[in-house]
Design a protein around this ligand. Structure first.
Ligand code: PA5
Length: 442
């Protein structure tokens, strides 16, 4: 078994006829996607990507990953949004959220250029002192401020440390095939480059070089990742598929006033998958004053912070729970003769059983509390299953967005803060806005 949708906790919330009633809309959305006739249809490269990818580049990614592993203790991955979340999500899910702290034969990986915090960047620079490093700078547009600032700083660090010639062997640029400042710079300086295909948007790009190079450096099996996604692309076809059902359920929830979806996991290693999911659905659906607000929690951790609200607060949310059947590791709980802590009732079994009971207890409690819960059962967390999960969510997001009536593949809202920031920083070309915004700030 790989992924499977379990709807048994929805019985009180969604009836069979409601589900039937959504099918025509789902079918129409599916047809628009398959015939490439919908909004944003020039960004559908991700649909066939798992089978139809550049095999020559894929081999080069593996070679570059090997070179980075052999020459570095640290890989710095520079990128923001879709240019970093997918890689970090897969690495942490498959390897660990403690990846950098565990003994391993692969480099530590730090993600920078995903904020403008001088404190964070200074701390990563401090870590890099006296270490051999490589840099993978990732920007589809090649013009995004956050990664550009971080790259300027790391490029200087590498050139100071290894000289211009040495640095160029350690810098890998993932960007547009032809255009953008980063592409120009990479060509001029002679960096090895990888391509973000024109027809794949940032948040759908984890299975391109954007995600694959850092993921391969972390020692993950990128063939298995692609295979999971490729099998998913064959499995999730037609309105009866779990992927289409999930897209329909989301729209049913939304129509009933459930405007928040919480993606829930019981494994902390899935924390960044939650973040990737939030970008995927948030940027794809949150537009035209519509959309489900994607949020997330890791239980049981967050049951001790958000649990009260979910159980008992405003009834605005539904949960999508990832139920991982087999943990990557387990701990056997032994009997303690003295039983001072009174925990012997938990002993003589694996800790994963306790985690499972926590999940089952929560599913029942939240159902009782009026929170609809969609469950996605997942065999285990490995490259293959994560590849399938990625494709499942990408396709569900496209179908769900078309059902909602939005263009799931643009992100006009991301530009507004950038214009204001550029004007406030005095970027050439923004002079008219500068005075106006400065006056507002006062
Ligand atoms: O999904 C998106 O398009 C965005 O999140 C981008 O990935 C993000 O803004 C970074 O853009 P770029 O890769 O062009 O630097």
């Amino acid at each position: 078994m790989a992924l499977k949708l379990n709807t048994e906790y929805l019985e009180n919330f969604v009836s069979a006829h409601e589900f039937e009633g959504m099918k025509p809309l789902c079918k129409a959305a599916d047809e628009v996607l398959s015939s490439k006739s919908g909004l944003g249809n020039d960004f559908l490269g991700w649909v066939n990507l798992p089978t139809n990818y550049d095999k020559e580049e894929f081999a080069r990614i593996k070679k570059a990953a090997q070179k980075i592993k052999e020459t570095s203790q640290v890989l710095i991955v520079i990128g923001i949004g879709g240019s970093y979340l997918g890689a970090r999500a897969v690495i942490e899910a498959v390897k660990s959220s403690l990846y950098n702290n565990l003994p391993k034969d692969t480099p530590d990986i730090y993600f920078v250029g995903n904020s403008i915090s001088p404190t964070y960047l200074s701390q990563v620079l401090e870590i890099c002192k006296n270490k051999d490093i490589c840099v993978n700078v990732i920007s589809k547009s090649g013009t995004t401020t956050e990664p550009a600032v971080a790259f300027r700083i790391f490029k200087k660090l590498l050139e100071d440390k290894y000289g211009k010639e040495g640095a160029k062997e350690r810098i890998f640029a993932t960007t547009d095939r032809k255009v953008g400042v980063l592409k120009q710079e990479a060509d001029k300086e002679g960096y090895e480059t990888f391509v973000v295909p024109d027809d794949v948007g940032g948040r759908f790009s984890v299975l391109t070089a954007v995600g694959l190079l850092p993921i391969a450096v972390a020692g993950c099996d990128i063939d298995a990742l692609m295979q999971g996604a490729a099998d998913a692309s064959k499995k999730y076809v037609g309105v009866e598929s779990d992927c289409h059902k999930y897209a329909s359920l989301r729209n049913i929830m939304y129509n009933k006033g459930k405007s928040i979806e919480m993606l829930i996991s019981y494994e902390p290693t899935m924390t960044m998958i939650n973040e990737w999911f939030k970008q995927l659905f948030g940027e794809s659906e949150g537009k035209d004053k519509k959309g489900i607000f994607p949020s997330s929690a890791v239980y049981s951790t967050d049951l001790h912070s958000m649990g009260q609200f979910v159980q008992d607060g405003s009834r605005v949310m539904f949960e999508t729970v990832i139920d991982v059947k087999n943990p990557q590791q387990d701990i056997f709980l032994e009997i303690d003769k003295e039983n001072n802590d009174g925990l012997n009732f938990l002993a003589n079994q694996n800790m994963s059983i306790v985690n499972k009971r926590a999940m089952q207890g929560t599913l029942l409690a939240h159902t009782e509390g009026g929170v609809p819960q969609i469950v996605i059962e997942m065999d285990k967390i490995d490259e293959y299953n994560i590849g399938e999960l990625i494709y499942f969510f990408e396709k569900a997001c496209a179908i769900s967005g078309y059902m909602l009536g939005v263009n799931p593949f643009n992100q006009p809202g991301v530009e507004s803060y950038k214009k204001n920031m550029f004007a406030l920083l005095g970027k050439p070309g923004y002079e008219d806005m500068t005075a106006e915004l400065m006056a507002k700030l006062k």
